[in-house]
Design a protein around this ligand. Structure first.
Ligand code: SPV
Ligand code: MG
Length: 431
């Protein structure tokens, strides 16, 4: 009997999947691969069911002969082991980022004469509704909040992109590219104080108040499902920080990062060019302890950010602070540097990792931007934050457009570099 393989990356079986199975049955024994949590999280979206539940769902579906686990988004291992006569899939994988997967399958099958069967993708109101419902579920605080911890348990490095609005949130949520391993996308979002302030035309000095910062979080949350790491600046007064923790946790934010500075905060990338004061270890530990004390779930993380290298206080001071903050209950450590050479970041991470193997390490490679995520991962870094690149790329583009319209007294000259009217009109889906 011939074999037909299909891979399901789903937590609900709907008429589209039933149709695939029904069509597959015409060709032979139907083998369904259930995509592993790791692959689903990295390349598609977070599952809302436990892996075993997803396997059970497929096993109990009529027409399914065998169920296996597909570990990677690309089919190499599965096809080499199973050598199915056919691989069947909805024809939606002929375009967009999924085309890379189809090309991979096609190349593998051609090695021994297997065939792809593309069947029309089921576009129906019901399928659309189911898809939307799952997305809504993923956006709920109780699902979203724990997602950063889940990611950290699975992936060696998590990458976060700066967002400061619904629109930038959508970019972080939806941007997918093809690479050697298959598809890639951002895992999380960073609500930067610098970019949130800049978007409002204000300096990054804790001037934009928490009510406004929460409004930004809300704008982002309304249109995304990925976990949020919030830049909490200094955390403010201990008496205020406890309320911030409660609010962020309730909203479904996964982590807040607070920096060990006190008084008027200036952006770290100014370094010692401006007056900035580092907090005492004792006082900052008190802030961490107070935050941890008021937390209501185990999901939320308070990450302590060390400014010793920024303020040229030396490696020893940075490490002493890191151990003290971990002892006070910090769920992670962020080490910051404004040097172009990543040597001091590597030195810190290597030394810290010898003492603390488990505590997540966070870095923001803005100045030392030549290092890759893999390199940072080798030094024990778990979260890489691209803290301001969206804002910094948008501003010069917008400014140039404004200049050119002024220069030519019309918009024809800038038109070529613009998104088309059709694209902007259809960019945002309606419910
Ligand atoms: C931010 O993005 O606001 C940060 C990172 O705090 S940095 O600007 O490098 O200080
Ligand atoms: Mg900041």
């Amino acid at each position: 009997m011939k074999t037909v393989y299909t891979c399901f990356c789903t937590d609900v079986i709907h008429e589209g999947h039933l149709n695939i199975i029904h069509e597959a049955e015409k060709y032979g024994e139907v083998i369904v691969g259930v995509l592993s949590d790791e692959a689903m999280m990295r390349f598609n979206r977070f599952p809302t069911l436990e892996f075993e539940e997803r396997v059970g769902l497929v096993k109990n579906t009529e027409g399914v002969g065998r169920v296996i686990i597909q570990k990677d988004i690309m089919y190499d291992q599965v096809i080499r082991e199973l050598r199915p006569d056919y691989v069947i899939h909805g024809d939606n994988w002929k375009q967009g980022p999924m085309k890379a997967i189809r090309d991979n399958v096609s190349a593998l099958l051609s090695e021994y004469g297997g065939e792809i069967i593309d069947i029309p993708y089921t576009y129906s109101e019901n399928v659309k509704r189911i898809d939307e419902r799952i997305k809504e579920k993923l956006a709920m605080p109780e699902y979203r909040r724990k997602r950063l911890r889940q990611l950290l348990n699975i992936f060696p490095t998590v990458k976060a992109l700066e967002v400061h609005s619904g629109l930038t949130g959508l970019i972080a949520e939806k941007t997918v590219v093809e690479n050697q391993e298959g598809l890639d996308q951002f895992d999380a979002m960073w609500i930067s104080s610098l970019c949130d302030s800049t978007a409002k035309g204000k300096p990054d000095i804790e001037l934009v108040d928490m009510t406004s910062r929460f409004r930004t979080i809300d704008d982002v949350m309304e249109v995304t499902t990925k976990p949020i790491i919030f830049d909490g600046d200094t955390g403010g007064l201990v008496e205020h920080f406890v309320y911030t923790v409660r609010s962020l946790e309730r909203m479904g934010v996964s982590a807040v990062i607070i920096e060990d500075k006190i008084g008027l905060k200036k952006n770290s990338l100014f370094g010692t060019d401006v007056k900035q004061t580092q907090d005492s270890i004792e006082h900052f530990c008190e802030k961490i302890r107070a935050g941890k004390r008021v937390q209501l779930t185990d999901d939320f993380m308070i990450i302590a950010r060390i400014e010793s290298l920024i303020l040229e206080q030396g490696m020893e001071d940075a490490l002493r602070r890191a151990y003290a903050y971990v002892k006070a209950g910090a769920d992670g450590i962020m080490i910051h540097s404004r040097k172009e050479d990543p040597a001091e970041i590597f030195e810190f991470c290597d030394a810290f990792r010898k003492e603390c193997r488990e505590i997540p390490l966070v870095v923001v490679p803005t100045s030392f931007n030549q290092v890759t995520e893999t390199e940072l991962g080798r030094h024990g870094v778990n979260v890489v934050i691209y803290a301001n690149q969206l804002t910094r790329s948008a501003f010069p583009a917008m400014e140039q457009t404004a200049k050119d319209i002024l220069k030519y007294h019309r918009a024809k000259e800038v038109n070529e570099r613009l998104m088309s009217i059709k694209e902007i009109l259809t960019l945002i889906d309606e419910l």
